[in-house]
Design a protein around this ligand. Structure first.
Ligand code: FAD
Ligand code: N01
Length: 548
């Protein structure tokens, strides 16, 4: 280890406007990045738009918010001490518990002094002569840094759809991704929820128990599997902690960043087994709960006929749960294959539609015309509401990056560069934007994985890269246009071999009017992806140019 690695400095030891690294965002990615940069002895500062740290888990405080990757897996692996000392109370942690965990980690590693809260980065510009980035914030800060690391999140740009009349609504309204921190009382109120994605599917059962009446405005029904959340089994916790390193190793080498129990069928085609065998396999996954369902057979993600056997299993479950056959049919997804929009995990979602105080409004038959002062007006009726919840999603993967005026060589703008869809090498760097990294950027596994596994991999790769640059006296690293093009062709080829392009999903940019239709994440799996990133680094950062 060289001297600079042994003597960590904090940003406060440097002139306030002259840094080695600026990190944008203080969610799971930004915080771990800051920790690693400190370990390298670099002067780093993180800017965070929120008034607190935690990212997703700071912003998304809607009723029922929790993760749908098991807590023992949805947690940092970089510190054996932290993973041993932290105790998760539930199989799937709630938003509040995850936020407590993130705050614990930030305090344990004393990260807060180098984080500027309530400060949004609005622009960052590369100065080719100085070889440095100038970063500007909405509070008037103007700092320079050799490296700029975007930890801005894939699901952090909340989106309110442009429905006419919202400004006239006399009631209260919120987006799930910007939920009031003081909480809201919904007891006895007439509540409307627009959207039926993962956020809505978590919130609806909880809101229904509180509200006088709940109207659910659904445009596209989604597939949802029972989460089967429960207090964490102490035996499971003991087993995991006895050899946490092995569990983490397996997750890192896996496809999705978490491991589900292996079964005989999971390597086979769903069409290669008898219907009764198939049903038993699906029943077992359904009973176990959670996102592992899609691993029941090898070809659910690539073969439409195979996929339809699973989709029909879901629709039968909905029919068996929801008493009104018309409501059951309206809740049954038929326009996209299972898993091509992110599979949801719920706690009593379908059962909620048996409650007398819940009404499903099918926007396919009666679209929303406007929001009025009284509530939501569809082509069929006006629904008077006291409160309206937008569970309407995010400008995913590129929204937070495009919100910043990022300018690379010769003033080229990232927004313009990505006008036809995002392009990046490994989802880590963009040609013509030297020394600018994106954590879980488009073209990496990111949103198709247990994201914390992908975050740790990117953070560690970037930290190792910066150490390499410093050790070899390079001042800059940049993706080559050829390597970027080849990587994007690979990402596209893999995506096209799956069923994902068949859905109008946010993976495809289809939820944002005018957004280019491009399948943005890398579908080859986190294990295969990590291997490629490691090989590229081992080959002297092949596909990148390193300059002295
Ligand atoms: P984020 O947590 O989004 O943090 C990014 C931060 O950057 C935000 O705080 C934002 O305010 C800040 N920021 C953005 N732009 C700027 C700017 N210009 N200036 C300053 N600050 C800026 N993933 C899973 O793997 N499993 C799950 O179960 C799961 N559940 C989820 C539930 C919800 C409700 C949502 C919305 C997402 C969920 N995800 C889940 C995905 C989740 O986003 C990631 O797991 C992870 O938290 C992302 O961390 P991050 O640090 O990359 O981004
Ligand atoms: O957002 P979404 P989300 N009129 O985009 C509807 C993660 N997450 O916040 O499908 C009417 O999935 C839209 O309808 P349609 C997870 O990765 C995880 O729920 O476009 N409806 C859709 O139903 C997830 O995928 C958890 O037809 C409109 C909904 O709004 C991602 O975050 C929990 C509309 C948006 O669904 C995003 O999830 C929460 C309009 N004009 C989030 N515009 C876990 O459980 C949009 N909609 C871990």
């Amino acid at each position: 280890m060289s001297d600079w690695q042994r003597q960590p400095v904090t940003a406060s030891a440097r002139p306030a406007n002259d840094l080695d690294v600026v990190v944008v965002g203080a969610g799971l990615a930004g915080l771990y990045m800051l920790h690693r940069l400190r370990g390298l002895g670099l002067a780093a500062r993180a800017y965070e738009a929120g008034r607190g740290i935690g990212g997703t888990w700071y912003w998304n405080r809607y009723p029922g918010a929790r993760c749908d990757i098991e807590s023992l897996d949805y947690s940092y692996s970089f510190s054996e001490a932290v993973q041993q000392e932290w105790h998760w109370t539930e199989r799937y942690a709630s938003q509040a518990e995850i936020l407590r965990y993130i705050e614990h980690v930030a305090d344990r590693f004393d990260l807060r002094p180098d984080i500027r809260l309530a400060t949004r980065v609005i622009a960052t510009t590369f100065d080719e002569v100085a070889g440095r980035w100038t970063v500007e914030t909405d509070r008037g800060d103007r700092v320079t840094a050799q490296y700029c690391i975007m930890a801005t999140g894939c699901l952090s740009a909340a989106r309110i759809p442009a429905i006419p009349g919202l400004e006239t609504f006399a009631g209260r309204w919120w987006h799930t991704g910007a939920w009031p921190h003081e909480g809201v009382t919904l007891t006895g109120r007439r509540v409307g929820v627009i959207g039926t994605g993962s956020s809505a599917i978590q919130a609806i059962p909880v809101i229904a128990r509180r509200a006088a009446h709940l109207h659910v405005f659904q445009r596209t029904p989604n597939f949802s599997v029972p989460a089967r959340n429960a207090p964490l089994d102490p035996a499971d916790e003991r087993r995991a902690k006895a050899d946490y390193a092995a569990r983490r190793r397996e997750a890192r080498a896996s496809r999705a960043g978490f491991v589900t129990p292996a079964t005989e069928q999971m390597e086979r085609s769903a069409l290669a087994v008898a219907p009764a065998v198939r049903r038993r396999a699906y029943e077992a996954r359904w009973e176990r709960g959670g996102l592992g369902f899609t691993s029941a057979f090898a070809d659910l993600g690539s073969d439409l006929a195979a996929n339809d056997t699973a989709a029909e299993f879901f629709r039968a479950k909905i029919r068996a749960t929801v008493r009104d056959p018309l409501v059951a049919e309206a809740l049954s997804p038929r326009d996209h294959p299972l898993g091509t929009k992110r599979l949801c995990a719920d706690s009593g979602y379908y059962e909620t539609f048996n409650r007398p105080n819940v009404t499903l409004i099918d926007l396919r038959t009666t679209p929303i015309a406007a929001i009025t002062s009284r509530g939501v007006l569809t082509s069929g009726a006006e629904y008077p509401l006291d409160d309206l919840v937008f569970a309407s999603g995010f400008d995913a993967m590129t929204g937070a990056l495009r919100a910043i005026d990022i300018r690379g060589r010769a003033g080229v703008s990232l927004r313009e560069r990505w006008a036809d869809g995002p392009r990046a090498y490994l989802g880590l760097m963009v040609a013509d934007f030297p020394n600018l990294f994106t954590i879980t950027g488009p073209g990496s596994p990111s949103v198709l994985s247990n994201m914390i596994v992908s975050i740790e991999q990117h953070v560690e790769w970037i930290a190792d890269c910066l150490a390499h640059l410093r050790a070899h006296r390079f001042r800059a690293i940049e993706a080559s246009a050829e390597a970027e093009a080849a990587w994007m062709a690979h990402v596209e080829e893999l995506g096209n071999a799956t069923l994902y392009p068949l859905a109008n999903s946010w993976y495809m940019g289809a939820n944002i009017p005018g957004k280019p239709r491009v399948f943005m994440p890398y579908v080859g799996g986190v294990g295969a992806y990590r291997q490629q990133c490691d090989d590229i680094a081992a080959r002297g950062y092949a596909g990148f140019s390193l300059t002295a």
